[in-house]
Write a protein that binds this ligand. Structure first.
Ligand code: SF4
Length: 225
């Protein structure tokens, strides 16, 4: 298990406006608000990653059996896309967060600046998740294995939100300053948990996205493809 807080989160105004405007010209007011909000956001991010490696013991019938060192076996009810872990020998379970300060500030801002700050927070969380993915990629590379996509309960179609409890149950959340509610919501709100498989059964060397299998796809302004 590891807790990491030292990562820098690089965000540029151009990538935020590009994501928000999705190929359309960005209105000048929005562009100016992005610049202002980004300055604010840079002072408010408290990134953290808490992760652990698990062995992937079996995958089949919509389920995966995983086991962290010194822990009991846990069953993930991944559902129809469990095959995404079929190439895995190990998986990195990781919870990521940017802390609560950005959301608190967003609530005190004007509607537009609050919205933009919120969007910047979502993108920053994605960058922290990318840092976790880089760890999986490095480990896979050192073993001459490949990596699978990052998958999460509640996002991957058919994987119930309830498994957030299973993944978080393998991590020292409290030590990282995170807390899981009975409903499966991590506090601070801009947090997420998922896992990335690595193993000789994967062909790629970089963690892919599964936006095409995501239940939030239609509403998501960050989706890829
Ligand atoms: S559609 Fe959006 S929420 Fe779903 S995986 Fe892609 S970026 Fe994440």
């Amino acid at each position: 298990m590891a807790i990491r807080r030292d990562m820098a989160v690089f965000l540029e105004a151009a990538e935020i406006t590009a994501a928000l405007c999705r190929g359309r010209p960005c209105p000048p007011l929005l562009a100016r608000t992005v610049e202002t909000a980004l300055e604010t956001a840079r002072k408010l991010l408290d990134p953290v990653i808490v992760d652990c490696w698990v062995a992937v013991a079996a995958v089949g019938d919509g389920r995966a059996v995983v086991q962290a060192e010194g822990d009991r076996q846990r069953i993930l009810q991944i559902g129809p896309h469990a095959r995404l872990l079929a190439g895995a020998r190990q998986a990195l379970v990781a919870a990521v967060s940017i802390g609560s300060r950005l959301d608190e500030a967003a609530g005190r801002k004007s509607r537009l600046e609050g919205y933009v700050l919120d969007c910047i927070g979502v993108m920053a969380l994605g960058k922290v998740a990318d840092a976790a993915a880089a760890k999986a990629e490095a480990e896979a590379g050192s073993r001459q294995w490949g990596v699978g996509p990052r998958i999460s309960p509640g996002s991957l179609a058919g994987w119930p939100m309830e498994d957030v409890h299973v993944l978080c149950g393998m991590l020292p959340l409290a030590e990282a300053g995170l807390k899981l509610s009975a409903q499966g919501v991590i506090d601070p709100l801009k947090s997420a948990v998922g896992l990335i498989g690595i193993g000789p059964g994967y062909g790629g060397s970089t963690v892919g996205s599964v936006c095409h299998l995501c239940r939030h796809r239609e509403a998501c302004w960050r989706r890829r493809g």
